[in-house]
Every structure is written in C-alpha cells, then in structure tokens.
Design a protein around this ligand. Structure first.
Ligand code: GAL
Length: 808
C-alpha cells in the first residue's frame, strides 16, 4: 500500500535556558586534564596541580602529532568490496585519541541549595565515560555521541568543595573515522527545585494548523505535587501572543492545548521561531521555569509527492557531515559550525545528515535559526560489527537508552524532519537484522510519532529480499544508483531517499591528465583529480545522482558524501601513508571550496549565478597539450575563449550524464594567458562572463576574513583565507609557500589548515605551507573587546596584515 506515511503539524521546542533565579544553569568550562590512567584520580583530595588546565569542550588528540602507528587497522573493509586485508594507516586520522584521559573540576554547593535537585548533564564525551562525584562512581556512558545526565543531588557536600571527575577511554579499532577524544561537548550543572520540570521533559506538537490558527500541544513531565504551569508564548520581538494556565495531570504529565492565532511558520527561507516561557508553580509559589524557543511547521511524507514542508514539495539537497571541525577537531564550537552552515547556504544546501551519530545541540540550534532540515542519525553499527570495538559491544545493553535520549534531547528542534536508525549496518543481512530494524524503529515511533525513520542501506539486494527495506518508514539507499528503480518497485513506501550519494573524490586544485572517468584511481602524489571524474568502486559521480533526482519524482532527495572533508577515512588512499583525511568533501578540510562546490551550486543555489572555470591555467610544460576545460554553471550553454580565440560553444545535452550537467571543452590546447567563458541565456543572449589567467611568480599574500568583527566572548572565531598572489594580484594556483602567522591584540591564533589530506603539519603551530595557493588561519577572540591584528609572512613574499576587532 502506498499511502501517506506521516502527516503531522508540529510545533517544537528549541532551546532550554534559565531566565530567573528559580533554576540555575552553570556551564562547567574549567577542568584539569591528564592523558593517561591514574588511580585515585576521582578522589576529592587527589592532587591535580600538575595537570593541564583546559577549557571544555576539549579534544585532547587534535594537536597530534600525526603518527602512522596510531590505530593502524589491518582490515578488509567489506562495505568497500575488499577481498583481502590491508594496512589502513590514516583510517581514524592518525591522531592520538586512543587511551585513557581524566578530567576533574571542583564545585561548591551553597548552603541554600540543600533542598534542591542538582543535575549534571553531558552533551557527549568520547568515550566510555565513567563519572565520579567525590570519588563515588555515579554512572557511565559508553557511546561517545550520546547525551546523558545524572542526578547528583545526594552526592554533593554542602558548603564545601566537591570534585567531579570523568574517566574516558578510547579503544583501538573502535571507529571508521576520527572520533576525537575527551569531553568535546558541553557539560552543565542545573540546580532546580524538587518541584520542577523534568530534564528533557517537554514535547510540543500541534495536531492542527492552518493560516489562521495552530493548536499547540505541550506535554510536560514534572516532579512534585500540586503543580500548575503557566505558559507565555512570545513572538520574535518578545511580545506575548498567547498565554495559558494548566494543572490537569495524568501521572507525571501535564498537557496543554493552546491556540496560536495567525501562526508564522518555520520554513527553510523564513525560519521563524517563537519562544515559550513556562513557569512551574507549587501551591502558588514559583518553583521552576524554562524559556523555550520553538517553531511551527508541518511535515508530510507521501507516495504521491514525497516530502512536503508546510504544504510545499521540497527535495532534500543535503550533505552528510561528520562531527569534526577539521583543524579544530571535535571540540564543539558554534562559530565554526555557523561558518559551515553559512557556506552551505551559499551552496544551496537545504539539509544536513549527522553521519553517523547524534548531532551537537549547537548544530541543531543553528539549523533551526538558519533554516536547514535535519536528518538526525544514531548509529553506524548495531549488533554486527564493522570494527571490532565499535558499537556492537554496547548494542544490547544501550541501544534503547541511546535512542530514547536522542529523541528526548532533540525532539523539539523544528529542523529535525527524520530520524536515522543506522548507517549501512551489517545487520542488513539475515532475519535477526530485520527484527532489529523493526525493534529500533518502534522505539523511535514510541518516543516520537511525528517523524519517520530511515536507515542508510547499502546492501540493497539483501534488504529487498529479506524485508528489511520494506519495514522502514523511508527507505534510504546509499549509492547503488542502478538499483533505485528496482527498490522503488519492490518497496511498499512509494519513495526512495538517497541517504548517501556520490562519494566522488578530489583534492582542491589538483588536476590529472588525461582526464578519464574511473574508480579507485591511485596517483603518485596521493591526490585525486579535481576534474571530478574519480569515485569509488561502490559509488558514483554527482551527475549520476542528478539524473535520478531530476527524472524520478519518487526520489525525495539526496545527502552527498560529504559536505566538508573530515579527519580519517582517506579513501582511495586508505593504505597509503601519509594520507590521513578524506577526499570526499565538496569543500576541503579547511572549508575552501573544491571545484565540485560549483557543480552542486549550479543546480542547488537557484537565486544566484554560478559560472566557474576549471582547471587553473598555470600549466608550464603542457604547452600545446590537450588540457580540457570544464565550466560548472546554471546556464545551459556558453562559449569558451583562450587568449581571445574561440574554442566553440558547448550546450548541456543528453549524450551522457556528464554532458547533461557540465559544459566540457575536451580538446583545448594549453597556452599561457587567459581563459574566458561567456554564458548564454535560453535565447542565446550573452548574459555573463568569467575569466581566469596564468599567474606570474608568488609575490604577496591576500588575506580575506569571513568576519572582521567577532564577539569578545573567548569563543568566537574569524576564518582568514590566505591566498598567494602574483605582482598583479592574480592567484598563484600551485603555490606551496610556507607562511607564518602572528596574532596580536585581543585575540589569539587558534589553528591553521591547508586542506592537503597528506600533510603531517600540525594544526596548532602558527606556520604552515599553502596547499595549491591557499590556507585558512583561524583566530579566536578573547573575553576583552578590542583590536586584533594578524600578520602573515613568508620567505620572499610581501608581508600582509589584516585588522579584526572584537565586541561585547
Ligand atoms: C559509505 C559509508 C560512509 C563512508 C562512505 C565513503 O559506505 O556510509 O561512512 O564510509 O561510504 O564512500
């Protein structure tokens, strides 16, 4: 039966914040850290004076150094169709994340707090967390991506110091990418009355919505007797638009239905957010409150039209993202996440998949604010292993709790429109896996009936035969473009999601000749060609996905592997040292666009023009040799000129998938000078042009900051792209120049990255070689506002300075 799967009107809570003295939320940022195992480290009187002082979120491994021996995995990756085991050197990034790490912080519980409840919350700790208060173990959490909390009210001593200690342990063979290490997400201590809202206790939906009214249903879990809740709904300007009082209770739950008149909807274009301020009274005394930001939106999945947001069909123009932030490692930083999303907006992306685990709360908040749809994933493994010490070790004991906590912690974010129960789990084979799929999906449904569940499936033939694929709300296919049609016909849902697509590989600014389409191509320099013609044995080129996305109305969108390069998994150079980060990204590890950026942009960003020429035009030694030129553009046709000589007009056409989406001049002979493209509209009128030029020698450094004014909060970041240019200001596309950086004033040097997947230079030294003419320097504000000066110099180059400032 092809029927409407999900048709829900949902209003969702977004942010939990305290806004009065009734509840106190303290972020625990300052910790002592030690890498290694120490007995008695959990005890109050343990001497940690020699330990390193760190700020949490913290990633203990990102400073390296890179080392081939770290987590060296001699394996046969079955997902990648490998038949023999080989030595995978950079699979998890070659950074020192393995082993034990201890964190300690001290808190004082004031006298007046004795009748309060104290909750200690972790947004994630990598991994195998054991949490101690004053030497007593209060709980543990194996999965490094889970959100978790403990009630520590009874553990704390009043009026004197208490120590919170966390032991983490990362095992070898536990990941397929760089997982990071440490308390890499926020830790908070929430002090509230015994009569209060339960942690993650709210769930808001609307069973009815139209242009004039929305019925807001708020279910709140409470502690304590004789509770009354007052709710004030505010618009974006802070005006109260409706209020409500409720006390009717069933068990621990108080439910409200509130009419919101003329609701403004949360959408990709206009992500409107309301705020609900909820007060909890016991016997007329205010005991607790939470300020909650929420959005109003309707999601619907049907076999007729696929996915609809607020009644409009939307295809997922999505990217998969791993959780690391390149040179910053996995320590969550909102400013870095915001930059990623800003770039992805320009690219025309409308959806993110948090592959293959729970997203950070910060990323969800930003997606709510900026208007991105979100596919929130849980696991890369169920019970059957991909890596020896992966999630398979914890599945039986923890899977249900991990899912419940994922849903409870994030269910109120309007951006989340689908859950993913897993990625390419080997449990796709065999009947046990089918049962597990149903079991897990049922847990999601039990906890949240408003969103469908998918699994990214790569064993498409197996899941077509054994029923696994038919069970899921939304069948997600990873690659296997040749099986989309069969799967669509066989599965009952009437739709297919490209849960993972492309896995095309390229290195920014690297071009290989002759230009040939092929998979698993290995080059001596351990780089992949930016002509975007290289992929993996299991994957394909972007254009092969575009055909399905464009021609099959039942394909509801795609999530490209990946938006940004990430640490680890350096396919196709998995067993070639020193490759240590991915080649899959549309953008490189530094966040600099590769050529592929413009291919996707030309179809995804409908508002702006895209007209991009590749390769670069510095080919000394290739004179008179065939040097194909590609143009990625939203225009259908264009004419190419080399030093004023026409190379002919090319028009997108159906002779091949590539010809349908790219303009390609295959016979251009290289001669130094200028390449110009003139694009035509449908009527053949010249409407846009672009050119690139052969550069002279490296002369100076162009510095461009993504933001010149940043917040003086000690966390905000400015990303400065340094480009080597010649005397005339033309970028030198093959420059490999060692640069060094000095940051002075009210900011500091944080990290640097050049996007070279084979570089062993560490990210936190203020010096690095440019990779193909560019690198990105990251500068962090201090808590004092003022000027920040960044000076960049290199041997034989004119020194450059860029002035930034920070404001409170
Ligand atoms: C997929 C997998 C991803 C990544 C990708 C590389 O099969 O889900 O995690 O490994 O392949 O192509």
């Amino acid at each position: 039966m092809k029927s409407t799967l999900f048709s829900f009107f949902v209003i969702l809570i977004v942010v939990n914040q305290s806004f009065s003295q009734t509840r106190e939320v303290l972020e625990l940022k300052n910790w002592k850290f030690y890498q290694g195992d120490v007995s008695h480290a959990s005890q109050l009187n343990f001497d940690d004076s020699e330990w390193e002082q760190v700020i949490v979120p913290h990633d203990w491994a990102i400073k390296g150094p890179f080392d081939k021996e770290i987590d060296l995995q001699v394996v046969k990756i079955e997902q990648n169709n490998e038949t023999i085991a080989t030595e995978k050197t950079g699979r998890t990034g070659s950074l020192p994340f393995i082993g034990v790490g201890w964190y300690r912080t001290k808190i004082v519980r004031p006298d007046y707090d004795t009748d309060k409840q104290v909750i200690l919350t972790f947004d994630g700790a990598m991994s195998n967390a054991e949490v101690y208060v004053n030497g007593r173990k209060i709980g543990n959490r194996p999965y490094g991506y889970s959100y978790f909390f403990f009630d520590i009210s009874k553990e704390l001593k009043v009026g004197s110091e208490n120590v919170i200690a966390v032991r983490l342990e990362n095992k070898a063979f536990s990941s397929r990418w760089y997982p990071g290490a440490g308390i890499y997400r926020k830790v908070k201590m929430i002090t509230k009355d015994i009569a209060s809202f339960k942690h993650w206790g709210h769930f808001i939906t609307t069973p009815y919505i139209n242009d004039s009214i929305a019925k807001i249903n708020i279910k709140s879990q409470v502690h304590g007797e004789n509770i009354v809740i007052k709710t004030f709904i505010k618009d974006e300007k802070g005006n109260v638009v409706v209020e409500n009082v409720a006390n009717q209770r069933f068990g621990d739950e108080i439910e409200q239905s509130i009419s919101l008149m003329n609701p403004k909807k949360w959408d990709i274009e206009t992500p409107y957010l309301y705020t609900a301020e909820m007060e909890l009274y016991q016997d007329d005394i205010l005991k607790d409150n939470e300020s909650i930001t929420f959005g109003v939106r309707e999601i619907k999945y049907s076999s007729e039209v696929g996915f609809e947001l607020n009644g409009k069909v939307v295809k997922f123009k999505g990217v998969c993202l791993h959780h690391d932030l390149g040179p910053l490692g996995v320590a969550v930083n909102k400013s870095a996440l915001r930059r990623q999303l800003r770039i992805l907006k320009d690219l025309g992306v409308n959806a993110i998949r948090s592959s293959h685990n729970m997203p950070s709360i910060e990323q969800l908040e930003l997606c709510d604010e900026m208007g991105f749809l979100f596919l929130a994933e849980s696991f890369d493994e169920w019970k059957k292993p991909k890596v020896k010490n992966g999630y398979n070790l914890y599945f039986d004991e923890w899977a249900e709790k991990d899912i419940v906590d994922l849903v409870h912690a994030t269910r109120n974010h309007p951006s989340i429109v689908m859950w993913s129960a897993g990625n390419e789990v080997p449990d796709q084979w065999g009947s046990d896996g089918v049962k597990r799929a149903k079991w897990i999906q049922d847990i999601f449904h039990r906890e949240d009936s408003t969103r469908p569940v998918t699994v990214g499936m790569d064993q498409v033939k197996a899941v077509m035969e054994n029923g696994f694929g038919a069970i899921l709300d939304v069948p997600g296919l990873n690659y296997r473009v040749h099986l989309y049609e069969d799967a669509y016909k066989l599965f009952p849902q009437g739709m297919i999601l490209g849960s993972e697509t492309a896995s095309t590989v390229s290195s920014r600014g690297v071009y290989k000749f002759p230009v040939e389409i092929g998979f698993n191509r290995i080059h001596d320099d351990l780089q992949s060609s930016s002509y975007d013609v290289e992929y993996c044995s299991w994957s394909n080129l972007p254009d092969d996905d575009f055909v399905l996305q464009d021609d099959k109305p039942w394909v509801i969108g795609e999530f490209v592997w990946t938006g940004f390069d990430y640490l680890g998994e350096p396919t196709p150079y998995d067993n070639f040292w020193p490759s240590r980060s991915s080649y899959f990204g549309i953008l490189d590890l530094a966040g600099i666009p590769k050529d592929r950026y413009y291919l996707y942009r030309s179809r995804w960003n409908k508002k702006e023009e895209t007209l991009h020429i590749l390769p670069h035009w510095n080919w000394k030694g290739r004179e008179r040799e065939k040097t194909p030129v590609f143009v990625y553009t939203n225009y259908e046709s264009a004419e190419l000129f080399v030093n004023g000589k026409s190379q002919g007009v090319q028009r997108k056409n159906n002779t091949s998938n590539l010809h349908r989406y790219r303009l390609m001049w295959m016979d251009v002979k290289y001669e130094p000078g200028e390449v110009k493209v003139v694009a035509f509209d449908e009527n053949g009128k010249a409407v846009a042009e672009k050119f690139i030029r052969t550069s002279g020698k490296a002369h100076s450094i162009l510095l461009e900051a993504d933001r010149k004014v940043i917040n003086a909060d000690g966390e905000d970041l400015s990303f400065i792209t340094a480009t080597i240019v010649d005397r005339r200001g033309v970028p030198v596309p093959d420059a490999m120049e060692r640069l060094s950086f000095v940051v002075s004033g009210n900011g500091s040097f944080k990290a640097v990255c050049n996007g070279d997947a084979t570089s062993l230079e560490v990210f936190h030294n203020p010096a690095m070689k440019t990779f193909n003419g560019k690198l990105v320097i990251i500068v962090q504000s201090s808590e004092i506002e003022g000027d920040i000066k960044v000076t960049v110099s290199g041997k034989g180059l004119k020194t450059s300075v860029i002035d930034l400032s920070s404001k409170k």
